[in-house]
Write a protein that binds this ligand. Structure first.
Ligand SMILES: Cc1cc2nc3c(=O)[nH]c(=O)nc-3n(C[C@H](O)[C@H](O)[C@H](O)COP(=O)(O)O)c2cc1C
Length: 180
């Protein structure tokens, strides 16, 4: 496990600006991002679709939530691809990133694996990853979002378990010290 993945002991920085960045093909992850923003009291202008936002915008925020769905067989949502390459070239030291994966547990060998690609690309960026949250409510065989036995963020399944999403977002926000 990367030294920068510090699990639930590290929380978001208090009183620092939040930015949510998402990639979404059919709107599901966009909806989840907006629901998280509403719970956090984040302005709409701080919720960014990576398809239409310059990567440099990430540098404006110390507290970051990165969300992606999974496509193909375990691929990150495609708008993230170039975005991640651009972020890799940036200095993200001091930033804290919490990850949200949206997938479908019936894709049982690649459940939410796209979020694992974000982690893998940025794990050496200097940013801290926070917000591991249990995923044992879902049935799947494998996910690249599980690193050394721990989910690397909040995993959600809006296709089969939409009813769980709100409660899981609430619980996750509590663990990272942000709920109002
Ligand atoms: C062709 C296709 C491939 C998919 N592959 C995966 C996958 O490998 N793993 C997974 O967890 N979900 C997979 N999904 C499910 C999507 O991630 C899920 O529907 C998600 O809610 C889409 O969110 P979006 O609209 O924000 O892109 C796939 C869906 C489709 C239609």
């Amino acid at each position: 496990m990367s030294v920068n993945f510090v699990n639930i002991t590290l929380k978001f920085k208090q009183m620092k600006k939040f930015g949510i960045f998402y990639g979404s093909m059919t709107g599901t992850t966009a909806d989840v991002a907006n629901r998280i923003a509403a719970k956090l009291g984040i302005d709409k202008e701080d919720v960014h679709n990576v398809a239409t936002t310059a990567p440099s915008t990430v540098g404006d925020y110390e507290n970051l939530i990165f969300a992606t769905s999974t496509w193909g067989s375990g691929d990150v949502e495609e708008d993230w691809l170039d975005y991640l390459d651009a972020l890799k070239a940036m200095d993200l030291r001091g930033h804290r990133i919490a990850l949200v994966g949206v997938g479908d547990e019936t894709m049982a060998d690649t459940f939410c694996s796209g979020v694992g690609i974000i982690y893998d690309k940025l794990k050496d960026s200097g940013a801290y990853f926070i917000g591991s949250y249990p995923a044992d409510v879902y049935k799947f065989n494998h996910s690249d979002a599980i690193v050394n036995g721990e989910p690397i963020g909040l995993l959600l399944d809006e296709t089969n378990h939409a009813d769980l999403t709100d409660g899981r977002i609430d619980g996750w926000l509590l663990t990272i010290g942000q709920y109002r």
